[in-house]
Design a protein around this ligand. Structure first.
Ligand code: ADP
Length: 762
């Protein structure tokens, strides 16, 4: 009964399974390795076997044997040979797996034996007689050929099993599982032979083979090509990124080393310099190399800030036509030095005042203009700013077009990639880091704009930036914005070893109506003041101070009983992350120098808030009024254009001063202070010169130099510097011989300053 069922449905079933496995296996892209190669052979053999088996049993079922016995004999012998080949290939698979183990033995001989035995058994089977017996729709074979088949099967199976078991324990887990189908085959075949002993018509060899093939499908090594390709791509990408970083590092090191070498070299010259002219020349070279270095470091900092998401957008009102023409003017001499035909067009309908992040906008334009300059040898550079206005938004369209070397089509995609410089071989004489455009693009996107490039290789490029800016309703000085905020009740201690810095901080605080200010020159002074019971709402503490720095001072303060005044770190340290470092050191807040008003307001607000909270804790809880808003009502003062124009006319470098001091009001306060003291200072200078006291002379001319630098009296600052250097070197001759020049310049400045104060300050 069982045999009847087995007869046709079982072969049909195994044939179907084999077809499915074949479709799945062969349709999938695979890596050709020993496992997959042998498995494909086994699959084809198994499929052929199941087809022949099914056909034979079908014919038996149709009683075809009553017509022709010969066909059955042939089909049976064919099946026998296929069994032998299947088992022989399986054995070769076992050899192959074992061969892949460490220190494989030479197994060519085994393959040969395997092949030879299979051929011998096949020939024997083909020539030996075979007998058939049929019972209804069942058929079976016996005779010498069957006996050869039996011996052959036993031979290969036993070899397979013994070879599989050999050194089995030493195998890795993933290899061990590859032998599971062999053991299964052995067990199933043995069971089938036992059943056949009782029912000779029972034959499920097809099913056993397809089951084995199915199991092997999961145990052989068959890596997924897609995954491998993805992994390989990922590896390639990682390698490329890594080598780009390495290139970048070596590039950067080179870029940084060049100005650094210059600084070291010129400093050495400085030491050996024999005349002041030489000193001055070397100092100038050092300054220019330092500026280059600063630029490089700044662009790295910007990139790292952007990547860490720490770059803040600071929006202020700015005079748009002025900003753009200043940028253009700055580039003019450079363009002229290369004989480039440089033109600039700023649309006349550009609003006078826009509101946006002008500092970053300037960086974007400067980068584009300096690239146009760098990569254009002859021809023209055109800078164009136009706008489209809608309501209170102005869409700026800024373009920089050049007739330079252009960019190859295939390189355009790489253009904005960090650290990527194109056509390096042509860049040997052009300085660059490959950071400029990457930074530019990131900045443009941060400001909500887009950057587009049109370029033809060999003909030129045009970079266009489109971004929206708010139209500022009326000329507003950002600096005046916060003056209304009421911080007048705050008491602040400022500690800084530099006197001018102390003065500037004081002025800044006074702008916020803070009058209760104590100025101290060192951490020691601060500690003794606090020990003697002085209190304040906050301490602004400089970090870089001689002997005891800000961090040490803070630690000492914290070790004092009941010390709970918020301490704000003041530093010129611009590295991103330094803020967090100071906060984790225990500082209440952080301000970088020169102090920006917006930042100071934030910190003052924080101080006021913490003061209120401290008060709340000691008093009955009450609902407090909101703190003064940060953006207090704007006071629009008439721009001090006349005053600035006057100073400019008189040759005062007022722009630099305003950069240092913030605004004209601060300048006015400073110049008043200057006048109060400077005549005394001058008298001291004269006296020290007469006495030949070069030590004290140096201190006062140094102080004069600093004041003049802040106030834009560049020439007097330079002369004072020369006197400072020579008095420090005890070069009395120089001081005496050049005193007149210093005096003349001093008198000029004195007259100018007095005249200015009279006209514009009082
Ligand atoms: P850098 O100028 O420091 O190499 P950038 O990021 O500014 O880096 O520019 C990347 C590359 O793009 C440059 O090395 C240069 O090959 C190319 N490039 C940039 N601007 C221009 C331009 N106006 N004309 C031709 N090539 C340019």
């Amino acid at each position: 009964m069982i045999s009847r069922l087995v007869n046709i449905y079982f072969p049909l079933c195994s044939m179907t399974i084999n077809i499915i496995i074949c479709i799945i296996f062969f349709s999938k892209r695979r890596v050709e390795n020993t496992d997959t190669k042998i498995y494909s052979k086994l699959l084809l053999i198994g499929l052929t076997e199941s087809i022949i088996m099914f056909t034979t049993n079908l014919l038996v079922g149709l009683y075809f044997y009553q017509i022709n016995h010969f066909v059955f004999k042939l089909l049976n012998k064919l099946l026998y040979v296929i069994y032998i080949i299947f088992l022989a290939v399986l054995l070769s698979y076992v050899y192959a797996v074992k061969n892949k183990m460490p220190n494989p033995k030479k197994d060519n001989l085994k393959d040969l034996v395997c092949c030879g035995a299979a051929t011998a058994f096949s020939i024997l089977i083909l020539i030996a007689p075979i007998n058939l017996v049929f019972k209804n729709n069942l058929g079976n074979s016996y005779g010498t050929a069957s006996n050869f088949l039996f011996v052959g099967c036993a031979f290969f199976l036993l070899l397979t099993i013994t070879y599989s078991l050999k050194d089995y324990k030493k195998l890795e887990q993933k290899d061990k599982k590859k032998f599971f189908p062999m053991f299964l085959l052995f067990v199933l075949m043995t069971i089938m032979m036992i059943i056949r002993y009782f029912d000779p018509f029972f034959n499920i060899s097809s099913n056993i083979f397809s089951l084995i093939l199915l199991v092997m499908f999961f145990t052989i090594e068959n890596p997924d090509v897609k995954t491998i390709e993805e992994l390989e791509q990922a590896k390639k990408d990682a390698d490329a990124a890594n080598s780009a970083k390495t290139d970048f590092l070596s590039n950067m090191s080179h870029e940084i080393r060049t100005p650094l070498n210059a600084i070291v070299g010129f400093s050495e010259f400085l030491e050996e310099a024999k005349s002041l002219d030489e000193v001055k020349e070397n100092a100038q070279d050092i300054l220019s190399a330092s500026n280059t270095l600063l630029e490089i470091v700044n662009s790295i900092l910007d990139i790292s800030k952007i990547e860490a998401g720490k770059l803040e957008i600071v929006e202020t009102a700015y005079n748009a036509p002025e900003v753009f023409s200043e940028l253009s003017n700055m580039m003019k001499p450079k363009m002229a030095s290369k004989n480039l035909d440089y033109t600039c067009n700023i649309a006349p309908d550009l609003p006078a005042f826009l509101y946006g992040d002008v500092a970053n906008l300037k960086k974007i334009i400067t980068n584009l203009l300096s690239n146009a300059y760098k990569y254009t040898q002859t021809g023209y550079v055109h800078f164009d700013v136009s706008c489209v206005k809608a309501n209170n938004i102005c869409k700026l369209i800024i373009s920089v077009e050049d007739s330079g070397r252009g960019i190859k089509k295939e390189n355009v995609d790489k253009l904005f990639t960090k650290f990527e410089r194109l056509e390096e071989e042509k860049n040997t004489t052009i300085e660059g880091t490959g950071l400029g455009l990457a930074l530019t693009k990131q900045l443009v996107e941060m400001l909500g704009g887009r950057i587009i490039v049109h370029t033809i290789y060999g003909e030129g490029s045009k970079f266009t930036v489109v971004l929206n800016q708010k139209i500022a309703p009326k000329p507003a000085f950002a600096a005046n914005k916060f003056t209304e905020a009421n911080f007048s009740s705050l008491k602040i201690i400022v500690v800084d070893d530099n006197e001018m810095n102390l003065k500037v901080s004081k002025k800044l605080l006074e702008r916020f109506s803070i009058t209760n200010i104590i100025l101290l020159k060192s951490g020691y002074d601060l500690i003794s003041k606090i020990s003697s019971g002085e209190t304040a709402d906050a301490i602004l503490l400089d970090i870089m101070m001689p002997k005891m720095d800000g961090v040490d001072t803070l630690n000492k303060l914290k070790s004092m009983n009941n010390f709970n005044i918020p301490v704000v770190a003041l530093t010129a340290n611009a590295i991103s992350g330094s803020k967090n470092r100071y906060l984790s050191d225990g500082f209440f807040a952080y301000l970088s120098k020169p102090i920006a008003k917006e930042e100071l307001v934030k910190v003052l607000n924080k101080i006021a808030t913490s003061k209120e909270e401290a008060k709340k804790q000691t008093e009955e809880p009450e609902i407090l009024d909101e703190l003064p808003p940060v953006e207090a009502e704007e006071i629009i003062e008439p721009p001090e254009i006349d005053a600035i124009a006057y100073l400019k006319k008189k040759g005062v470098e007022i722009d630099k001063s305003l950069e240092l001091l913030g605004d004209i009001e601060m300048y006015n306060d400073t110049i008043k202070d200057f006048l109060k003291e400077v005549e005394d200072k001058w008298m001291r200078i004269e006296r020290y010169k007469l006495e030949g006291n070069m030590e004290d002379y140096a201190i006062d001319v140094h102080s004069l130099k600093s004041d003049c630098k802040y106030l834009g009296f560049t020439k007097l600052a330079e002369l004072s510097y020369e006197h400072e250097l020579s008095s420090k070197a005890n070069d009395k001759d120089f001081v005496n011989n050049n005193f007149l020049a210093l005096e003349e310049e001093f008198n000029k400045v004195l007259v100018l300053a007095k005249d200015y104060v009279e006209r514009y300050v009082n």
